[in-house]
Design a protein. Structure first.
Length: 490
């Protein structure tokens, strides 16, 4: 029989809730017509869509990255503050659109505070300069009676915004980016930006734009960033998107194996460079853009359609497996931001009259709502499958967490089999199950099923329970499903 063995005393790391972060970019209908639609009967007094807000609340995101993305490499933050009627509209070269700038820094901060989430701002390290970046930190966080602090106060915000997280640039390793930089160029810019930003506010946390192109320069970029700015930065930012452009289910289900290799390699690289540079302070990983994206990806020759991707059940499985990945690597991955939150490659999709929840919404909600604070080391024995690129891939992708305060175990299982339910024996190497086990399952009738405005419930979360005592229980995981088992322990 397939088996999952769990030792609650074997920790793989402390889980940072920031792995359940989000991302909002000025792209398509993410901002305008997504989270912000003044004049809509669905909007509140600040112009935020109440219906979208309620669904975002369910995702329980601890922080949201803004304003980009590719967009930030040509962004002037000063254009998005002050009286709306005085703001300057600009051409956005990243996404070939007209940006009215009626939504900017203060609107975003207000949105985050209402949502009870932390703002994460990315500064322009494309065609922007370090003075612009340090001024933005001063505008947001400054307390002295300087020009920019007085400007913030005049704009209706007497108290500082206290923005904690700041990214320096976006995907600077990508030739598509405004202000693409070689490893040497970015390491120098990163160092100088970081210096002046932390001179304004020493308490901020800085995220470097490390890797979005995984084919070359991965080692050199990390080496130069850590050698030159290792004492200033707090996270190295990694980006990836995955998909199923060849419509090969088995290959798609094996993609997390490749992502596992990337993270493991980067963890080792950071450890080696910290040792080589005698860097004693921690340096974390932030996967601050990740998701499924291929149907509207221009690099794959697809029409962009404002990146309004419609997701099916197999995409939800892959989203869940990426969350499993972040949990397994909890010792190093301390932030992750699903891209994006509304309409644009997103779990929530709107029209002027309402919205529906895409398939990928449900695993994200499930993990974010149930995840404990300790990642556990799990031993899994299950049947395997192989693809052209991977062999010996386990049909069950499994992680587990422990909530130490509640003494509560959560086991997350993705059944990658398209056809077969899998009966599995779960055993505790120490401790006992304490009765009721709450089981949540994300599934649908087949792997291609989608949610739409007309059929919004094709994929969702179902609840059941079972009784368990002793140290062993047996459960059958449905084919093509995501399951979370919440277990009290004694």
């Amino acid at each position: 029989m397939n088996s999952i063995r769990i030792d609650i005393n074997r920790s793989k790391g402390i889980i940072d809730r920031n792995i359940f972060g989000g991302f909002a970019e000025h792209l398509g209908r993410c901002i305008y017509g997504g989270i912000y639609e003044p004049g809509s009967p669905l909007a509140d007094e600040d112009g935020f869509r109440r219906d979208v807000f309620e669904s975002l609340t369910r995702l329980n995101m601890p922080l949201i990255r803004y304003p980009g993305g590719n967009y930030v490499s040509g962004y002037r933050w000063q254009d998005g503050v002050g009286p709306a009627e005085e703001r300057r509209a600009q051409l956005d070269l990243a996404w070939k659109s007209l940006e009215p700038n009626t939504f900017g820094t203060n609107e975003f901060i207000k949105f985050c505070r209402k949502l009870k989430t932390e703002p994460y701002l990315a500064v322009n390290c494309g065609d922007g300069d370090m003075r612009e970046a340090r001024d933005w930190v001063e505008y947001c966080n400054g307390t002295q009676p300087t020009y920019w602090v007085k400007q913030r106060q005049a704009h209706g915000f007497p108290e500082p915004h206290n923005v904690k997280y700041w990214g320096i640039g976006n995907e600077v390793d990508g030739p598509w980016q405004i202000g693409y930089k070689t490893p040497q160029e970015y390491a120098r810019a990163l160092t100088e930006f970081a210096k002046v930003m932390k001179w304004i506010d020493p308490d901020i946390k800085l995220i470097a734009s490390a890797v979005s192109v995984w084919e070359h320069d991965v080692v050199e970029r990390a080496q130069l960033m850590i050698e030159q700015a290792g004492s200033l930065i707090d996270y190295l930012g990694l980006h990836w998107y995955v998909g199923n452009p060849t419509d090969d289910f088995a290959t798609y289900m094996a993609i997390p194996e490749m992502l596992e290799e990337r993270l493991s390699a980067y963890e080792g690289l950071i450890r080696a460079l910290r040792l080589d540079n005698k860097l004693t302070r921690p340096l974390w990983i932030a996967v601050d853009e990740w998701n499924v994206w291929y149907r509207t990806h221009p690099a794959l020759g697809k029409p962009m359609n404002n990146l309004e991707e419609f997701y099916n059940l197999e995409d939800a499985l892959v989203v869940a497996m990426q969350l499993n990945l972040f949990i397994r690597h909890a010792a190093s991955v301390k932030m992750a931001n699903i891209a994006q939150i509304v309409n644009v490659i997103a779990p929530i999709f709107t029209n002027p009259n309402g919205h529906f929840l895409q398939t990928i919404f449900f695993p994200f909600e499930l993990y974010s709502r149930t995840c404990g604070n300790v990642a556990l080391d799990v031993v899994v024995e299950t049947e395997t499958f192989s693809t052209a690129d991977s062999s010996g891939v386990q049909l069950l992708d499994v992680t587990a967490t422990l909530d130490e305060q509640r003494n509560q175990l959560v086991v997350y299982v993705v059944n990658r089999s398209q056809a077969d339910d899998i009966e599995t024996r779960l055993s505790l190497l120490e401790g006992y199950f304490a009765g009721d086990v709450q089981i949540s399952t994300v599934n649908g009738k087949d792997i291609k099923v989608e949610n739409t405005f007309e059929t919004p419930n094709n994929v969702g979360t179902t609840q059941t329970s079972m009784n368990a005592d002793g140290s062993v229980l047996t459960y059958t995981f449905e084919a093509h499903s995501v399951t979370a088992m919440v277990c009290s322990l004694t």
